[in-house]
Design a protein around this ligand. Structure first.
Ligand code: GUN
Ligand code: FE
Length: 426
């Protein structure tokens, strides 16, 4: 185990949404995988540590992708001319059936894990498919990537083609148990299971009930989808009439926060009651702007959620989302908030760059504990970015260079080092 080191360069992080802290030629200290803070110069007590000098490069916390679908990366950037329910039937479900094939899963998940590793993401919350074995393959690959991730075997026992519908709640829950037990046996260091009902239309009450029991028994986190699309929301109202609102259909089965870490993707159409329940239960929102544009779901009122103090991060939602880039998620988030302000609610100020960066780092990182900031006690997740290939006619401030790096997606080819829990993986 490495004991410690110092990274020197242009340090940028957001300890608070409105606070982009920049330390030009500053340092961040890592001890046993934990960040000991960002400083102008190496404090005396750390003078014995090795200094890795990154020169004029930018150093930022690793980004957390709070919602993405590994099997869907295979069709990323295609099949966008649908809305959610048709898109699932025409595009997403046919691809996911392929993961019954172990060789295909190995190949496709290998590409996904490699691409995720190459970007600025250091932590991710990931959907697999309903196939337990393929999802374990995905977890093996994620573990090897060095990233920290939570991965779910998807549960779905209704409203999908027969080959992608689990034969009853009993079988689905048994497979989920087998999946969780297998994860334990494999002794992963940075990869864990997360209970994953796909969404209410995919899960019978019988299955939801069993998943609630599994969650309690194993004390696991939960991920799902919530209030994403108008037709979906109307369908849920029809098939779950006993639920007071969409999120209540999870809460009735102990799958909506309270005693567990729970993240719900989208929340574009959450009612005031639903938002209040999320606040009361401490549910995280995974805001997925790229997906919400591509499959025409709408725009989540992120400024309102921030004002209310909802826990929130950003998700790529590949492949409703068309990019695994969390840099892109940050700029998409800002851009859709501007359209929301312009066209929907003139009192909902657009998000600023520091605010969106906060969501992508410390906001989403909080789902994993203390991650996404260079404050003392946070996990040492860091990305070193070389932006020197970008032409510069005049000097830019470090803050300007950082913002430009995001808008110009320099996470594609500008990353020169990446650390997760203090371990260098690039
Ligand atoms: N709702 C249920 N499944 C999915 C999915 O795969 N992608 C998105 N965007 N929404 C969903
Ligand atoms: Fe999704």
């Amino acid at each position: 185990m490495n004991t410690g080191f110092v990274l020197k360069g242009n340090i940028c992080h957001t300890p608070a949404p409105d606070d982009l802290e920049v330390l030009e030629r500053g340092v961040v200290v890592c001890e046993n995988g934990v960040c000991r803070g960002a400083f102008d110069a190496v404090p005396e007590r750390y003078a014995h540590l090795e200094v890795i000098d990154c020169g004029d490069r930018l150093i930022l916390p690793g980004l957390a992708d709070l919602h993405t679908h590994a099997p869907q990366y295979a069709f990323c950037g295609t099949g966008m001319d649908y809305e959610l329910m048709d898109w699932l039937l025409q595009i997403a479900f046919p691809e996911e059936t392929r993961y019954a094939d172990a060789a295909y899963a190995e190949k496709a998940y290998g590409i996904f894990a490699q691409k995720l590793k190459e970007g600025a993401t250091t932590r991710a919350v990931i959907f697999g498919t309903m196939h337990a074995d393929a999802t374990l393959t995905l977890m093996d690959l994620m573990e090897r990537s060095g990233l920290v991730s939570l991965v779910g075997k998807v549960n779905m026992d209704r409203n999908a083609p027969p080959e992608l519908t689990e034969p009853g709640a009993e079988q689905a829950a048994a497979d989920t148990r087998r999946f969780i037990e297998a994860c334990r046996k494999r002794g992963y260091q940075r990869t864990g299971p997360i209970v994953t009902p796909r969404f209410v239309p995919s899960c019978t009450d019988a299955l939801m009930e069993k998943l609630g029991a599994i969650r309690r028994e194993y004390d696991l986190p939960v991920q799902s989808h919530l209030s994403e699309n108008p037709d979906e929301v109307a369908f849920v109202r029809e098939i779950a009439p006993e639920a007071a609102f969409y999120g209540d259909a999870y809460d009735r089965f102990g799958l909506f926060g309270r005693d567990s870490r729970t993240v719900m993707a989208h929340c574009v159409y959450s009612t005031p009651e639903e938002v209040q329940r999320m606040l009361d239960n401490g549910v995280w929102v995974a805001h997925c702007p790229s997906s919400n544009m591509n499959i025409a779901s709408g725009i989540a009122p992120v400024r309102r959620y921030m004002e209310k103090g909802l826990r929130m991060g950003l998700g790529t939602d590949v492949s409703g989302g068309s990019s695994l880039s969390m840099f892109r998620a940050v700029t998409d988030c800002i851009q859709v908030s501007k359209m929301y302000w312009r066209y929907v609610d003139r009192d909902a100020r657009p998000l600023t760059f520091p605010e969106a960066l906060y969501l992508a780092t410390k906001g989403g990182g909080s789902f994993f504990g203390s991650a996404g900031s260079f404050e003392d006690g946070f996990a040492f997740d860091a990305v070193v970015l070389d932006d020197s290939a970008e032409p510069r006619a005049r000097a830019l401030t470090v803050a300007e260079r950082l913002e430009r790096a995001f808008y110009r997606e320099l996470d594609r080819n500008g990353i020169t080092m990446k650390f997760v829990r203090g371990e260098r993986i690039i």
